[in-house]
Design a protein around this ligand. Structure first.
Ligand SMILES: Cc1cc2nc3c(=O)[nH]c(=O)nc-3n(C[C@H](O)[C@H](O)[C@H](O)COP(=O)(O)OP(=O)(O)OC[C@H]3O[C@@H](n4cnc5c(N)ncnc54)[C@H](O)[C@@H]3O)c2cc1C
Length: 406
């Protein structure tokens, strides 16, 4: 096994490093969950795209440079090491684009990928519903056949960055009589279309990192069905593999964090009682990098991501929490002050939840990789006398939140 990169990859690393050194904003951009920060991030992505660095593995006709996957890994390492801004286009380029490459039509690729690469259209993932998170197949949003396309209705929630995004992608039930995983279709839709209401959800810091999306008879042409009608579950599973595995969280992110942790540990006098935890974080990041090399080798040989991506997701999400906990312990009371470590810690706590919770990943590993017996399907709970019979809250969102779109 040769873990050294070829000359072309080394030259690419040098180019990316030099460009990032010259262009990474200092001071850092304001939070992308604010209107000003969002536009600043969009402008940053455009400059990345102009340098043909926003989507290096994509074909050049869509804004990439046809680079092999290992160059993307190298780019990510350099990107995080340089402390470059979080990617506002992330859910489009990391989740939707790989799904489009696998299932999209040539005209969908030509229409959607170039503006995605240049951040002219930012995409939000509209999957979760109030009663369909882990059990995504319980989703109730519907698509009804109409002249020339479909009419979407329903409610989506926890959609990251949807407060400011341009377009959404999600699953809708096109055949209510089919069983849960069948009769679903994957749609692309305009978040500013007539009938769409986007309601930002403020996070603990008050900024709307998420939004709810209400759809009320939203017209979508046939050309915005991704994959076949009724084939939505299969299409969605290719998005999910990318979300858990390779593209959403590359090793570069954790290698950079682990190396900052080592520096922090040294700056606090290299206390021996935390040496093992610091070393574990560093080893964990390096292990994820090596495991990713194996994944990339497998993909290049024609393999697919598959359920193995759940192992990766468990690893990186738990590593991220442990790494940040170690940093906060090293900082002691200083860790309570607003700092990138505190922000990173708070965000790391979401890692075991988004991209499918870690309990669900453990179920997948148990059933699909280890061949253990399947979990019995949960039965709806029977009402008990002590249950209070209160009416369900209407799906109308509260009045006191700012509204975006129509
Ligand atoms: C930071 C962040 C960003 C997100 N971004 C998006 C986004 O952009 N788009 C989007 O659509 N969604 C997004 N989500 C939502 C996310 O996908 C869901 O929160 C997640 O899938 C869990 O669903 P839920 O919140 O409904 O929890 P539930 O499914 O209600 O789960 C509650 C608890 O029960 C456990 N549980 C449920 N079923 C099982 C089971 N069968 N076996 C064992 N344990 C089980 C879960 O693990 C969890 O601990 C985001 C979430 C976060 C935290």
């Amino acid at each position: 096994m040769d873990l050294d990169f070829d000359a072309e990859t080394v030259a690419f690393r040098d180019e990316a490093r030099a460009w990032l050194r010259a262009h990474v904003p200092d001071p850092p951009l304001p939070s992308m969950d604010t209107p000003r920060g969002y536009e600043a991030h969009r402008a940053w992505e455009r400059s990345l795209s102009d340098a043909r660095l926003s989507v290096v593995t994509w074909p050049s006709e869509y804004g990439g440079r046809d680079a092999p996957l290992q160059q993307w890994l190298v780019f990510e390492e350099e990107y995080y090491a340089a402390g470059a801004p979080a990617r506002v286009s992330q859910n489009g380029i990391s989740l939707l684009a790989p799904t489009m490459f696998a299932h999209g039509t040539p005209s969908q690729l030509a229409r959607y990928l170039p503006p995605m690469a240049h951040a002219d259209e930012v995409w939000a993932q509209a999957w979760s519903e109030p009663e369909a998170g882990s059990d995504l197949a319980a989703l109730r949003s519907r698509a009804r056949r109409v002249d020339g396309g479909w009419s979407l209705s329903g409610q989506k929630t926890w959609s990251s960055r949807a407060a400011y995004a341009d377009r959404g992608f999600g699953l809708f039930r096109t055949d209510p009589s089919a069983s849960r995983h069948h009769g679903l279709t994957y749609f692309l839709f305009d978040l500013r279309a007539s009938g769409v209401t986007v309601r930002p959800i403020p996070q603990l810091d008050g900024e709307p990192g998420f939004a709810e999306i209400f759809l009320d008879d939203v017209f979508v042409p046939d050309s915005d069905v991704l994959g076949g009608v009724g084939d939505g579950w299969r299409v969605a599973m290719s998005t999910a593999s990318n979300e858990r595995g390779l593209s959403l969280r590359s090793p570069g992110r954790f290698l950079a964090a682990a190396s900052r942790l080592v520096s922090l540990w040294r700056s606090r006098g290299a206390p021996q009682d935390s040496a093992d935890r610091v070393a574990d974080a560093w080893i964990g990041a390096r292990a994820y990098q090596l495991q990713t090399f194996e994944t990339v080798t497998r993909l290049r040989a024609g393999g697919s991501l598959g359920p193995e991506s759940s192992v990766g997701k468990l690893h990186w999400s738990e590593l991220d929490v442990a790494l940040h906990e170690t940093a906060l312990d090293l900082l002691g009371p200083d860790g309570e002050l607003a700092s990138p470590w505190l922000d990173g810690y708070l965000f790391s706590l979401a890692g075991p939840i988004y991209a499918g919770t870690n309990e669900i990943q453990r179920n997948i590993v148990a059933e699909r990789l280890l061949g253990l017996p399947k979990e019995p399907r949960p039965q709806p709970r029977q009402p008990r006398p002590e249950d209070r019979q209160e009416p369900r809250p209407a799906l109308e969102p509260p009045e006191d939140r700012p509204e975006v779109g129509r």
